[in-house]
Design a protein around this ligand. Structure first.
Ligand SMILES: Cc1cc2nc3c(=O)[nH]c(=O)nc-3n(C[C@H](O)[C@H](O)[C@H](O)COP(=O)(O)OP(=O)(O)OC[C@H]3O[C@@H](n4cnc5c(N)ncnc54)[C@H](O)[C@@H]3O)c2cc1C
Ligand code: SF4
Length: 490
């Protein structure tokens, strides 16, 4: 039977989703570049470029395979599907289950039928059964189950290496003067140039826009970075923009790579004996643990979860998030500049700098979420919502994480080289040179001490707060810092 196969821009894999069983004789492939996706918000141009150019390259590869491909630009996805459906005698439309509640509802209402979304290793129903049995949704418990279920890095029932995690080995600070192997540069072709011109975007070589490029990126990671991934995975340094991170999230999220391919390559590299267990475990945990857990939680927690604001944080987004010249905090200036350049920083700047700042300043979670969605190359609704609302700013009252990831300047100073040239001193909590993170960390604990007093995992922090002799002075400084941040002067 002839069909239209609707291909969302995050389903770009020939062997998964609705394309898995497609045949070029009968099926029409539909891709829609909707204005909703490209305009109306302050999307990072690098992000738009990556998504659109990848989709156009993928469409081209399907045409080369003999498919009839309809790639249309329209106001919305549904408008685009209308155009394609009119042209093809209203054939039935099928799609892999979309990756957000909003798209799911819109396509369902339009009459699209779905095949299971197999872009993850864990079916949504399987995650739901796991989560339904939990008192608290600990990622660690989910991860151990995944290791056993998928039989990855296992020796019978025991984890290879004798431990489930190697956090102690994997928390090294930033090395001094660290070059590391070079990153892959991705060459541009005619399609890239066409998209660049349409977007008014100066082309960079950071991100691949083809399956071949994504595979080359994966190979580069496993050949040159994997062995050192673990120990430095939390470190931050201005001397090296990605250290040994894989830079694979954009391709995993738009479908150019599938998690099973990345895991296969990781386990092959480990079993070849070239990679220590702490790096292999640390990386595999990210893919079969965190990534799957976050996706599962998005579907489990439901569409209203994104609106949580249980700490009643109402401050508008600070100007420093959009303009690094609006702050003298070196860590934030460097991080926002990096994002402006590449639409990417690794998980620790996302969590311990950007989200931490939003958390301790009481920035409105939804405003912060929207900004994060706009600026990151790999941002999608399913991944940003749990990461920001649950993990980043603790806006869900602890449903996902048992305690907030709030930290003062001491953590940042230990894990990075940001603090030495900074105007502020991470050790000081009061006075003009006090590190804003340090001041606001204590102020945050004080503002929410009644809520956190009930949380036994926070008792040490609350105990520390109660022993502060200079709390009144600190509260005054905190107000100055908040005002200065609002004005873009701190
Ligand atoms: C506040 C916050 C927001 C984030 N937003 C996103 C996002 O929009 N999109 C996104 O893909 N990741 C997000 N992450 C997770 C993580 O920061 C990125 O996946 C990672 O930095 C991407 O770079 P990499 O591919 O080099 O990752 P690596 O460090 O090499 O890790 C390997 C892979 O693990 C997966 N992974 C690791 N942690 C997570 C996680 N918490 N959630 C989902 N996948 C994970 C990614 O697919 C990543 O490619 C966020 C984390 C935080 C704390
Ligand atoms: S002193 Fe504070 S503001 Fe400055 S770089 Fe360090 S953590 Fe950031």
């Amino acid at each position: 039977m002839k069909r239209i196969i609707y291909l969302a821009f995050d389903h770009l894999h020939r062997d998964f989703g609705a394309l898995k069983q497609a045949n070029s004789k009968d099926d029409v492939i539909a891709l829609v570049e909707s204005a909703r996706m490209t305009t109306g918000r302050n999307w990072h141009k690098e992000r738009l470029f990556f998504l659109i150019s990848s989709a156009r390259h993928f469409a081209q590869s399907l045409r080369e395979e003999g498919f009839t491909v309809e790639y249309v630009k329209a106001a919305t996805t549904i408008d685009g599907l209308n155009i394609i459906s009119d042209k093809h005698q209203s054939l039935p439309i099928i799609s892999a289950e979309p990756s957000s509640f909003r798209q799911f509802a819109a396509l369902k209402e339009y009459g699209v039928s779905f095949v299971e979304n197999d872009f993850f290793l864990t079916p949504r129903s399987l995650f739901h059964s796991w989560a339904s049995e939990q008192k608290s949704y600990l990622m660690e418990s989910f991860y151990r189950k995944q290791r056993t279920r998928l039989n990855i890095l296992m020796d019978g029932k025991e984890p290879i290496g004798g431990a489930w995690n190697f956090d102690k080995e994997n928390r090294l600070p930033a090395p001094k003067k660290y070059d590391g192997p070079p990153y892959l540069e991705h060459q541009r072709d005619e399609i890239d140039r066409e998209v660049g011109v349409e977007l008014g975007h100066t082309l960079t070589t950071n991100w691949a826009t083809t399956r071949t490029g994504a595979l080359a990126q994966m190979k580069n990671f496993f050949d040159n970075h994997f062995a050192e991934f673990g120990p430095l995975e939390d470190a931050m340094t201005t001397e090296n923009w990605a250290l040994h991170h894989s830079l694979l999230s954009p391709y995993l999220n738009n479908g150019l790579l599938h998690a099973s391919e990345v895991i296969q390559a990781a386990t092959d590299a480990f079993h070849s004996g070239k990679v220590p267990i702490e790096s292999a475990e640390g990386f595999i945990r990210q893919i079969i643990g965190w990534r799957e857990y976050v996706n599962g939680m998005y579907w489990f927690l439901g569409p209203d979860y994104r609106n949580n604001n249980q700490l009643e944080a109402e401050r508008p987004l600070l100007p420093l998030f959009t303009d690094p010249n609006k702050t003298q905090m070196n860590c934030i200036k460097e991080t926002v500049s990096d994002i402006n350049e590449r639409a990417w920083v690794h998980h620790i700047p996302r969590l311990m700098l950007l989200s931490n700042l939003a958390l301790v300043t009481g920035t409105n979670p939804q405003e912060f979420l929207e900004w994060m969605r706009e600026v990151f190359i790999d941002a999608s609704e399913w991944v940003m919502v749990p990461n920001v609302i649950g993990m980043g700013v603790h806006a869900d009252g602890g449903r996902m994480m048992t305690k907030p990831y709030a930290a003062g300047g001491a953590y940042i100073s230990r894990m990075s080289n940001y603090c030495k040239p900074c105007k502020y001193d991470p050790k000081l909590r009061t006075g003009e040179n006090a590190c804003p993170f340090t001041t606001l960390y204590w102020d945050f604990l004080d503002r929410h001490k009644e809520t956190f007093a009930k949380n036994h995992r926070m008792s040490q922090q609350v105990f520390g707060l109660n022993r502060l002799k200079d709390l009144p002075e600190l509260k005054v400084r905190a107000q100055e810092v908040l005002k200065g941040l609002e004005l873009g002067q701190i």
